[in-house]
Ligand binder design. Sequence first.
Ligand code: FES
Ligand code: MG
Length: 589
Amino acid sequence: DAGARPPGLTAGEADRPRLRSERWFGPADLRSFGHRSRAMQMGYDPKDWEGKPVIAILNTWSDINPCHMHFRQRVEDVKRGVLEAGGFPMELPAISLSENFMKPTTMLYRNMLAMESEELLRSYPADGAVLMGGCDKTTPGLLLGATSMDIPAIYVPAGPMLRGNWQGKTLGSGSDSWKYWDKLRAGEITREDWLGVEAGIARSAGTCMTMGTASTMTAVAEAIGLSLPGASSIPAVDSNHIRMAKTSGRRIVEMVREDLKPSKIATRAAFLNAIAVAMAMGCSTNAIIHVIAMARRAGIDIGLDDFDRASREVPVIANVRPTGTTYLMEDFYYAGGIAALMNRISAFLDLSCLTVTGRTVGENINAAKVYDDDVIRPLDKPVFTGEAGGALTVLRGNIAPDGCVMKPACCDPKFHRHSGPALVFDDYPSMKRAIEDEDLDVTENHVLVLRNAGPLGGPGMPEWGMLPIPKKLIRQGVRDMLRLSDARMSGTSYGACILHVAPEAYVGGPLALLKTGDVISVDVEARSISMEISEAELERRRADWKAPPPRYERGYGWMAAHHIVQADKGCDFDFLQADFGAPVSEPAI
Ligand code: FES
Ligand code: MG
C-alpha cells in the first residue's frame, strides 16, 4: 500500500487507478525518501514522476551486437514518445544476446535474458515496458520475461538490415555465407572473392535480412499483437523505424492507463495467429521452440502438432530467402510488409484478437495492401504449399518419439522420401574433421548424423544442424544431403536437415543408440522417421549406453543443465513455466 502521502508529493486524481510505481515514489516513509532523493540526484524532480507512468525500456544494445547498433540512438526516440505522452522513461539495459559472437550459442542464454527481464520489471518501479530486441533470441527472451511479469508491454523490433551487395550481386545473411563457403571449398571462387563477400554481406545496422530467426520472431511478436502494426518489417535504418520507435513510446503510456497487459493480448488464438503468419512467411525452425516456450509461459498449451497442422493449411506466400528463391526483407517491406501478408492470409487468422493498439488484428490490417505479387504471393500462387509438407513439418518415429522438425520447402524434394545408411558423429569437432577428409567413406545417399548437440548436450542446442556436405561430395557437385541431429539450425540455413530430435541423445534418447551403417528412413508425407533396428537390438544397446560427463560443474550452465526442458516443450527452465509454484508476486518490502 502506498500509505499516507505527504502534501504535494503525489498529484494523481482520486479516481485514477494507482500506479505500481507509486509504491516507490508515493509513501511518506524513509524508503521512499531514498527513492525520491536519488531520483533527484539524477536531475529529476517530482514533476517528472508524480502521477506519471514509469516506463521501463529494456534495451538490448551492446558494443558487440551489430544487429542492435542503432538502439543506442533509437532508445532516445522511444523516450521522446514516452515523454510526449506524459510518461517517465527509464532505460534499463539488458543482456544483449549477440548471435554472431556468443559461444557456445545464444540459445543457452535465452532464458537468462528471460529471467533478467522478469526481474528488472519486478524489482524496479515499472508501470509499463518497452522491449527493444530483434537479434534471434532477444525477442523470445524479452517476451518470456514480460509474459511472466504481466505489466503492459510493447515490443520494438530492431528491423532488418539492408540487402547485402557484392560485385552488384545481392547477398542474403547466413544463406549466402553457406552458399559461397561451399563454392570456395569446391574451388569455384577465389579467396579474394570470399573476402569481398565478407565485406559486403552485412552493410548496415539491423537484423539478418533473410527469413531467419530474427525476421521470424519479430513477425511472431507482431502477429501475437505485441508490436505496432507493420513494425517488424521496417528496415532498421529507414526513418519509418524512428517514427515507429517514437510511436511505441507514446503508445505504452496509454497502454498503462488502459491496463492493457500481455495476458489480454497473448491468448491461444493470438498464438495460433502467430503460427499461421510464421508458416506463410516460410519461417525459421527456431520459431517452434520459442513459440512453444512463450505460449507455455502464458499458461497456454501449444505444441508441435499445432505447427504441423498450420503447415498443412497455410501456404508459404512470402518469397523471401531461404524458403523463397529471390527476395530479402527489404523487398518484403517495399511489397507491403507483414500487415499486407496478414491481410492476404486473413482467412487463416482470428481477426478479433486484441493488440497493443487497443484495436483488433482485423482493424489493424484491413487497409494493408500488397504492392508486389511476386514478393508476397497470392494464395493461389504460393512459393510452397502445405500438400508437400508446408513450411515446417513434424516427424515422429522410434528415433524421435517426442518429435523432430524439418523444412521440406527448403530442400531437394527427393529427400521428402529417403532411406540411407547413417554416418554418425558424437560431437562437433570430430564431424568437422571428418567432412574435410577427402577419403571419407560417404555417398550422397548417406544420412549425416550429429548427436549430443541438444539442449543439455550442446550445451544450449547450438545451430549445428545444417551439417556441412563432405568435401569429397562437394567436389562431385553434391549440394544437399539428408542430415539428422538433436541440434537446431539457423533460420537462414537450408537443405534436408532434420532437427530438434527429442528426447536428445545426451539424456539417453533413442538417437544415442544409433550406429554408423544403420538405415534411417524418412517419409515427409507420412510424417515419419525411423531407424531400422529391431526392438531387441535397441534394448541391448540401451543397456550398454553410458551417460556422457556433465558439461558444466558450476554457475549458470549448471543451473541450465538441471532445469532446461526438452525441445518439444520449448527449452524453458522448469521453474519458470506457468505451472511451477505460486504466480509472480510483487517485491515484499
Ligand atoms: Fe543478429 Fe542474425 S545475427 S539477427
Ligand atoms: Mg540466426
